[in-house]
Design a protein around this ligand. Structure first.
Ligand SMILES: Nc1nc2c(ncn2[C@@H]2O[C@H](COP(=O)(O)OP(=O)(O)OP(=O)(O)O)[C@@H](O)[C@H]2O)c(=O)[nH]1
Ligand SMILES: [Mg+2]
Length: 331
């Protein structure tokens, strides 16, 4: 096995930064939704997309099964232009615009629901059969050294990193969660199916911890990103129930500048009451974030909408992790 970063061969995975510095001020309201090219491609977890004229938008509904007070049953629509799709290497997307299956391989590309991620032939063995906590570390050198591939969950304190991990492994309390920001304080390794790791990290931004302690978290977390050779991709969590935060854009920018592969995971998509959340629906916040991120990235990073309450996006993230992992293992 060659322990190299997945994206080295593909600009789609590299997400190169434009040579720009982050603006100190941004105003999402200056970026109306009409700036998006109206061209939709979506799929559910059905084997192929329905036949569509690529110029006519496809409506996709995302139903919630939660009875949370903050959840409503409105079906959101997000539109993604074809040039904003995340296309894994060796993936032919011609079948996205037709129902035809590649006759040689019997395989046909599709887009994961609530995301811009095209599913490739590498997306196998996505189920979690077992998951176990392995260790907590506060330095990269102290992390497990068995060479297994891993995915790290990072994001602002309280964004839902530990909750997402529990959702992915279908366990309520494998990772500890709290309403109080600052719960996770170490690099926590969880081994999945004895073959790969999910890594829960401390949050950045506001946390119930002294400044010096938070600086220390930031230092060992960033050192881990820069040094960890088995890190396949970072999953940067963004709260979709509130408008974009500058600190999240700065974090995405830092990851990009350091060429660290990244997937954006929008959390708390079940929180849909406009009044409670600054007047925007999660899908609107997601779209604004896409627009803002375009300032810093030449290619669209992969992104996906999730909820640890309704488990929205759980199967899709596992499929995406499977394709990143299997590609990494073969290259
Ligand atoms: N409605 C809703 N609440 C969520 C979701 N994910 C997490 N939460 C809540 O958000 C709070 C923080 O969740 P955690 O998973 O502990 O967040 P974290 O990012 O690990 O936080 P730190 O470890 O402190 O950095 C908890 O009260 C969770 O129940 C979600 O998808 N929807
Ligand atoms: Mg946590």
């Amino acid at each position: 096995m060659i322990l190299s970063y997945l994206p080295k061969l593909q600009t789609h995975f590299l997400l190169p930064l434009k040579p720009k510095t982050l603006k100190t001020h941004f105003n999402p309201s200056l970026l109306p939704l009409t700036h998006f090219r109206i061209f939709s491609l979506f799929s559910s977890l059905s084997p192929t997309l329905p036949t569509q004229n690529p110029k006519s938008p496809i409506s996709i509904s995302q139903q919630s099964d939660s009875d949370d007070d903050d959840v409503d049953v409105e079906e959101p629509h997000i539109e993604v232009s074809i040039d904003k799709l995340f296309v894994p290497p060796e993936t032919d997307i011609s079948s996205l615009t037709s129902s035809s299956t590649n006759t040689k391989t019997g395989w046909s590309a599709r887009i994961l629901k609530g995301s811009n991620i095209v599913l490739s032939k590498y997306a196998s063995n996505a189920q979690v059969i077992n998951a176990e906590f392995v260790k907590s570390s506060v330095a990269t050198e102290a992390c497990p050294n068995d060479g297994l591939p891993e995915f790290a969950l990072v994001g602002r304190s309280n964004v839902g990193k530990s909750s997402l991990l529990n959702s992915l492994v279908r366990r309520k309390k494998l990772a500890l969660t709290s309403k109080k920001p600052g719960k996770t304080q170490c690099i926590n390794h969880f081994r999945i199916n004895d073959s790969w790791y999910l890594v829960d990290l401390p949050g950045y931004g506001f946390a119930a911890a002294p400044g010096e302690v938070k600086k220390e978290w930031d230092k060992f977390t960033k050192d881990y990103f820069l040094q960890r050779s088995t890190l396949v991709s970072v999953f940067l969590l963004i709260d979709a129930s509130i408008p974009a935060k500058k600190i999240d854009l700065e974090y995405a920018s830092w990851l990009g500048q350091n060429k660290i592969p990244m997937t954006l995971v929008f959390t708390k998509c079940d929180k849909r009451k406009k009044k409670k959340n600054g007047g925007k629906r999660p899908e609107e916040n997601v779209q604004y974030f896409q627009e803002l991120i375009r300032e810093f990235f030449e290619a669209a990073p992969p992104w996906i909408m999730t909820s640890s309450v309704t488990n929205q996006g759980r199967d899709e993230i596992l499929l995406h992790m499977a394709q990143l992992r299997n590609y990494w293992l073969k290259h």
